[in-house]
Design a protein around this ligand. Structure first.
Ligand code: SF4
Length: 396
């Protein structure tokens, strides 16, 4: 039986209390006037989209990402959700996630999210060490993470995810263990562990046209602050997989861990190439055949929408070859790996300019303990996940 196609909706809310030192996301410090205009523009974008819409699969995930969506008035989130329900076939039991940060969640706000229909919250905790949080310019303390989680649980949220960061300045193996230990003591169902990636800053800085380099990068260039070494981060990553697994949070993707049945439905759509429609500044969409990108310039975004013009500035058809590549490299991010008997993987490998050299690279990766392969599946090992960019780059 062919699996039923469902879709996701993503809303980008690009406001934060303050820019963190390492941030490469499309986000700006909150300002009430811009936010008000922006929230209206997102509603108008939904209506513009609806006017052109011919058909849409059932929507079973809605995601508010950012930025810090939890920073904007809860009624703006509720308004967008109401419009979604009016326009789209929102499925019963739709996963509706809101990203937020400690220091921005009050019991009143948590209750308002719940009333609006949010049923999953992803909290950017990053670390339970105040020294590490300060080192990267986070606005919150470890105590505020606990307060936010208490407010969310008090409002009835039982599907909470935490984001943590590995490789932070001042981080040690002990402080990381303490962070993991503190995280699993809360009633959470999901953890994402992201690595601090300083080497990517230059390209992001260029892309975002900052006047100055983010402070952490500038400090790193001066030889400060002290970052844990690559080997230590690799050991901590391997230990994380074991530790979280022993606490019932199984790894299902390079950076993601969940209790049974609690993998992020929304993020799985990206890795499984299911349609996701993005709204808001700089958001991306995939309808199964085409990829679209919205402008990432705030004035341009608002003006276009206010004039009834689509904010889409890039549209490209995904060729059959690209689809095979995407299926292959996105599938490899998942611990379930890629089905080698499936037509996508077989097609991908025979598509390579030199299928023989792809095969010998796979044998080499296997000899180095980076991939696991049998007749039916190809997966990255833990060591391979740490070098995933290099491995995936080879194939694509
Ligand atoms: S909270 Fe997240 S999106 Fe906002 S500045 Fe910090 S890292 Fe960037």
């Amino acid at each position: 039986m062919t699996p039923k196609i469902t879709a996701g909706c993503y809303f980008h809310i690009p406001f934060c209390a303050r820019k963190c030192a390492y941030c490469h996301f499309l986000s700006f410090p909150f300002d009430e006037k811009t936010e008000e205009r922006y929230a209206n523009a997102v509603l108008m974008e939904l209506r513009l989209f609806a006017a052109r819409l011919q058909s849409m699969p059932p929507v079973d995930s809605i995601y508010f990402g950012g930025g810090t969506p939890g920073l904007i008035p809860a009624e703006h989130i509720a308004g967008i959700l109401d419009e979604c329900r009016r326009i789209f076939p929102v499925a019963a039991g739709c996963e509706i996630t809101l990203e937020t940060n400690p220091g921005t969640v009050s019991p009143e706000k948590a209750a308002a999210y719940r009333a609006a229909g949010i049923n999953r919250v992803s909290v950017g905790a990053q670390s339970f060490s105040d020294a590490e949080l300060r080192a990267v310019g986070r606005i919150h303390s470890a105590a505020e993470i606990a307060d936010s989680l208490a407010a969310l649980s008090g409002a009835g949220f039982d599907n909470i995810s935490l984001d943590l960061m590995l490789g932070l300045p001042e981080q040690t193996a002990e402080s990381w263990r303490a962070t993991l230990g503190a995280a699993v003591n809360f009633p959470i169902r999901h953890i994402s562990v992201y690595m601090l990636e300083l080497h990517k800053f230059d390209e992001f800085v260029e892309f975002l046209e900052f006047d100055e380099r983010p402070p952490l990068l500038a400090r790193a260039a001066e030889g400060k602050p002290s970052l844990p070494g690559e080997d230590m981060v690799a050991d901590m990553y391997a230990e994380t997989i074991d530790f979280l697994g022993s606490r019932g949070l199984e790894q299902y993707e390079i950076s993601n861990f969940a209790r049974p049945g609690s993998a992020s439905r929304h993020n799985l759509k990206y890795w499984r190439r299911t349609p996701v429609y993005g709204f808001g500044l700089g958001s991306h969409s995939f309808d199964g055949h085409f990829r679209y990108a919205n402008t990432s310039e705030m004035e341009d975004y608002c003006r276009r929408i206010e004039s009834g013009i689509s904010p889409v500035v890039r549209r490209s058809e995904v060729t059959e070859k690209q689809a095979l590549e995407e299926t292959f490299f996105l599938g490899l991010r998942l611990t379930e790996g890629v089905d080698l008997r499936g037509s996508a993987a077989a097609g991908f490998l025979s598509e390579r300019k030199n299928a023989q050299s792809a095969q010998s690279a796979m044998n080499e990766f296997r000899a180095q303990g980076l991939i696991d392969m049998d007749e039916s599946r190809l997966r990255l090992t833990v060591k391979g996940m740490l070098l995933s960019n290099e491995i995936l780059e080879y194939f694509v």
